[in-house]
Design a protein around this ligand. Structure first.
Ligand SMILES: [Mg+2]
Length: 293
């Protein structure tokens, strides 16, 4: 019931869990700014022999980019311990045995992984380069799936094209619609900028379609983790995150516990308001991660 954690609770919390999943943005860092206690806590948990994993929604990064970024800040992770929405998307496509062509609105995090895993795809940007108006462009009948991600360079044409693929079925029927994540905003320093949820909303307004979300808050990533660690008990797993609608809801959907750190997108008053209204709340929350050192 949203317990505020201070230094005196540190040992109890650490003893309560065998596995910690760390969200990155708003928890470990925001843009170039590092949050207090995050690096030290990750190092401490690893030394204690806890299983420490990363679970991030950002679809513009791949596992390797993230591993390198973490290593530069003295946080060492095996590649398979980094769960990001791009890789989860590949796992999802494999799970449903998808083999046809894919249309992608998104940047290189997604396309790199699709390419590496042998998927046939075309990006909105590539279609745009053919210089055909939205009225004249031919919709490729081979495309059976639309993936919508984040792209800081996207424009009206690319969103329009995505809507056309969503609204008009191929000969085989309506195209699948997948989003690695639907974050409303991304923090950059002390500010926030639009996340892929905003582009999903634009397409939803036009086509009335909403994608299958692969990453948090969908429990799919935890299902992958459970497959890898079949002995892990969900109540001994804690996600350390900063957002209700991704991290905390993911914990609820996965049956695991959650610690919300106030260095990101959530404030104490937001938590207390949710407690009052009976909305989603974390099990624990803290000012910053130094309280667990
Ligand atoms: Mg976050």
């Amino acid at each position: 019931m949203a317990q505020l954690i201070t230094k005196k609770d540190s040992q109890t919390i650490l003893d309560s869990f065998d596995m910690f999943l760390f969200d990155l943005s708003g928890v470990v860092w925001s843009g170039n700014k590092m949050h207090p206690g995050a690096v030290e806590l990750i190092q401490k948990l690893q030394k204690m022999g806890k299983k420490v994993l990363v679970a991030t929604n950002n679809s513009s990064e791949t596992q390797i980019n993230i591993q390198e970024k973490l290593a530069k800040k003295e946080m060492n992770f095996d590649i398979e311990d980094i769960y990001c929405s791009t890789n989860a998307t590949i796992d999802y496509l494999k799970k449903i045995n998808y083999q046809d062509k894919i249309f992608v609105l998104g940047q290189k995090g997604i396309t790199e992984e699709l390419e590496k895993n042998g998927f046939n795809f075309i990006t909105a940007q590539e279609v745009e380069q053919q210089n055909l108006s939205l009225e004249d462009v031919d919709l490729d009948d081979e495309i059976g799936c639309v993936i919508i991600g984040t792209d800081q360079n996207l424009n009206y044409y690319q969103i329009g094209l995505t809507c056309l693929y969503l609204a008009f079925p191929s000969k085989k029927g309506p195209r699948l619609y997948i989003a690695p994540n639907a974050d409303r905003v991304y923090p950059v320093g002390d500010r926030t900028i639009p996340g892929p949820g905003t582009f999903i909303a634009a397409c939803q307004t036009t086509t009335r379609r909403y994608p299958t979300i692969v990453a948090k808050p969908d429990p799919f990533i935890f299902q992958l983790i459970q497959k890898r660690f079949p002995d892990i008990l969900p109540h001994r797993v804690c996600i350390v995150g900063d957002q209700f609608d991704t991290d905390i809801l993911f914990a609820q959907n996965s049956g695991i516990r959650s610690l919300c750190v106030l260095t990101g997108l959530t404030s104490e008053s937001m938590i207390l308001e949710n407690v009052k209204s009976g909305s989603i709340v974390p099990d624990f929350y803290c000012e910053d991660l130094t309280c667990l050192l």
